[in-house]
Design a protein around this ligand. Structure first.
Ligand SMILES: NC(=O)c1ccc[n+]([C@@H]2O[C@H](COP(=O)([O-])OP(=O)(O)OC[C@H]3O[C@@H](n4cnc5c(N)ncnc54)[C@H](OP(=O)(O)O)[C@@H]3O)[C@@H](O)[C@H]2O)c1
Length: 476
């Protein structure tokens, strides 16, 4: 891989990474260890190395070996909820001496915590790390992962990369009040205690450590990765819209009530979701450039979906024949190489013209069951009839596999009504309540439509287009 000159600086970086067993942290770890020439990576883990290794293996099984082989990892046992993170003297000495870049991605992202728990998990640890980092002799940059929702108290409109004051209360007084009484009058202005805790963290970091080389990264919602460490990487528990989709379909009551934002009749607010690897890229590119201050990372420029859009998407049940358009032409063939050739059904003694007549009169033929979808039989029949009826026509028959959302044109992630087959399968999977709908995916796999080689749906390989995108624009 060719690195831009900016990223060569990682040759000189010794990184302290927290939260490396989480969604963003593991993606950053992969990039720092495998894609970048990072000198050394101290990974702060609260468990044993064996437990951390198992978490990485679960998150990114095929990338684990290359991470370990990079020989850049050095484990530091520590718990961010403890004073000085519970670090022993030797570890502290190493960090003070070596670390040039800190990326603090550890957090508790639960929205269910009360404000005291949220502050303990998402505000105090960052302040403690900043206190420790003030002693790091080689430090070039401290990257603190925050959230775009620190400003959830603002009305709709443009939000700048700056601090907005939620009230006249002094943040030190607010923190004391929360630690003493477990509450603050400001909390109700945020969408969750979590975002209030992050807001306080930002304000106190900037006020207490004005000379610290600090970058506050404010991502919107994490979405599945576009490329790294692999396509669609990301644990559901850290992808809020996946979790929301699950909660939405788990509601049995047909009357599902959601509260619109102030001034709106429905969910017209944008739920911005950005692939987690884009966030990692933004983080590392800014780190390479030693950006100080506040940085927003969102995806609205690419695809903008409102709450209403998501609800429509979750409710959408696309008829199977619509999902199947253009794919599954030869599900009756065994797994293996499929030539650019028109195959007959096994045992078929019916000529295509007779097959067409029978379908037109009876609505199906004995062969219909051999196909995953009626649409696939229709496409198969069309190919054969074109060849038979018009042998001299200069015709090209294009057989795409599954169409995926666009990479670039007419705009990134273009996907008409969310009907790319894997989007639809994903939606069906999300909509599954343990009942029948998920079985349709298994059935597809058993039929070989997903090119399944072992009979187990988990090993099905699914081809989508376009496959040759070089990801240059978002590649590190
Ligand atoms: N997910 C989102 O949509 C989203 C959106 C905006 C901002 N963010 C922010 O982005 C950052 C990363 O989020 P994420 O979704 O990747 O989080 P995540 O998947 O929940 O991972 C959290 C990480 O923090 C570690 N951790 C938690 N408590 C710890 C403790 N007491 N001591 C040491 N390590 C501890 C966890 O380690 P264990 O494996 O030991 O539990 C894990 O590695 C967070 O600051 C979060 O607030 C997230």
């Amino acid at each position: 891989m060719t690195l831009g000159p900016a990223l060569e600086v990682f040759k000189n970086h010794t990184v302290l990474l927290t939260g490396s067993t989480g969604a963003l942290g593991a993606c950053l770890l992969y990039k720092l260890a495998v894609q970048l020439p990072t000198k050394k990576i101290y990974v702060l883990i609260r468990s044993t190395p064996d437990v951390a290794l198992q978490k990485w293996r679960d998150l990114m099984p095929d990338q684990m070996e290359s991470i370990i082989l990079s020989q850049k990892l050095h484990y530091i046992r520590g718990d961010i909820s403890q004073p000085s993170f519970g670090l022993d003297n030797l570890s502290m000495e190493k960090l003070c001496r070596d670390v040039t870049l800190i990326v603090n991605a550890a957090a508790d992202i639960s929205f269910a915590s009360n404000i005291l728990e949220a502050v303990r998990a998402n505000c105090l640890p960052a302040l403690e790390l900043a206190r420790l980092a003030s002693e790091f002799s080689s430090l070039k940059l401290f990257v603190q992962i925050s959230t775009a929702y620190v400003n959830s108290f603002l009305p709709d409109g443009e939000v700048e990369e700056k601090i907005y004051e939620v009230s006249d209360n002094d943040p030190e007084d607010v923190l004391s009040s929360i630690l003493d009484s477990g509450n603050s009058s400001d909390t109700a202005r945020f969408f969750s205690s979590y975002s209030h805790a992050k807001y306080l963290m930002e304000r106190l970091l900037l006020e207490r450590y004005p000379t610290l080389p600090l970058m506050l990264l404010r991502p919107t919602c994490f979405g599945p990765a576009l490329r790294d460490p692999y396509r669609l990487y990301g644990p559901d528990s850290s992808l809020p819209l996946n979790e929301f989709g699950k909660a939405f379909i788990a509601m049995r009551d047909p009357a599902q009530i959601f509260h619109a934002t102030e001034g709106s009749q429905s969910g017209t607010n944008v739920l911005d979701e950005i692939p987690v690897d884009f966030i990692a890229n933004a983080c590392l590119l800014h780190a390479a450039n030693e950006t100080y201050g506040i940085v927003h990372v969102g995806c609205e420029l690419y695809v903008s979906r409102t709450f209403d859009d998501f609800i429509d998407l979750y409710r959408l049940v696309v008829p199977p024949e619509k999902q199947a358009s253009g794919v599954g032409r030869y599900p009756f063939l065994p797994n293996g190489v499929v030539l650019e050739h028109c195959y007959d059904h096994p045992g078929s003694d019916q000529c295509p013209e007779n097959e067409l007549s029978q379908i037109l009169s009876d609505g199906s033929t004995s062969q219909t069951a051999a196909f995953a979808w009626p649409c696939a039989q229709a496409k198969h029949l069309a190919e054969r009839l074109i060849n038979i009826r018009h042998p001299d026509l200069p015709v090209m028959i294009l057989r795409p596999s599954f169409l995926g959302p666009a990479i670039q044109h007419p705009y990134p992630l273009y996907d008409v009504n969310g009907t790319s087959p894997l989007s639809v399968l994903g939606e069906i999977y999300l909509l599954d309540d343990g009942g029948n709908r998920f079985h349709s995916l298994e059935t597809l796999a058993k039929n070989g439509t997903l090119n399944n080689s072992s009979g187990s749906s988990a090993t099905a390989s699914v081809d989508t287009q376009p496959s040759s995108y070089n990801y240059r624009e978002n590649r590190l």
